[in-house]
Design a protein around this ligand. Sequence first.
Ligand SMILES: CC(C)(COP(=O)(O)OP(=O)(O)OC[C@H]1O[C@@H](n2cnc3c(N)ncnc32)[C@H](O)[C@@H]1OP(=O)(O)O)[C@@H](O)C(=O)NCCC(=O)NCCS
Length: 175
Amino acid sequence: MDLAAICIEPLGSEHDRSAFSCGVPALDRYLREQAGQDARRRVAAPFVASSDRVTVLGFYTLSATSIQLTEVPAALAKKLPRYPRLPATLLGRLATDLSARGVGLGRFLLIDAITRAVRSEIASFALVLDAKDETAASFYERESFIRIPGTPIRLLRRMDDLAALVGGSRSGASA
Ligand SMILES: CC(C)(COP(=O)(O)OP(=O)(O)OC[C@H]1O[C@@H](n2cnc3c(N)ncnc32)[C@H](O)[C@@H]1OP(=O)(O)O)[C@@H](O)C(=O)NCCC(=O)NCCS
């Protein structure tokens, strides 16, 4: 598969999700049955990857969330204001079709999600995600996401670091 030919765009009615299979039935079902409703109700923004703008080969979702300061790893928390909750961006789901595995599509989707999160004008100090198991967690740890202690498998990475990774910058007041 040529990643240069892959288009990642918001889920629309033209996208065919019926054959999508990532090996995790709950994620397949979510894409088929729930993602469209979540988009309409603005509780999640699903983005899909395809080479023909129709057949979905991968997807992810982004939503606003917040995390408690007490959840943030200590080394990072000491650089943050003492607000009880901090704004963050949730990478809710990310999956690739079994037919498109091991060619870099998962990482391509992750970089696209990071790029969109970094570009947002809504303040968010980190990208947060819940890995469904240890295998998924190691996929994100390869990209320097760190575990939030005391949670099942929740990981985060600072938006500043991610902005540097994708060559974007978070706009901020200079005063
Ligand atoms: C996790 C998932 C998205 C990875 O997608 P993919 O298209 O196979 O990943 P890529 O080809 O982009 O791989 C990127 C790198 O991560 C590694 N990697 C891929 N899957 C991995 C996994 N499950 N665990 C650890 N590392 C993994 C690859 O070896 C590759 O490393 P390399 O660049 O050194 O070769 C895919 O396996 C998937 O959809 N799994 C089912 C759903 C799931 O678990 N989603 C995670 C969210 S909870």
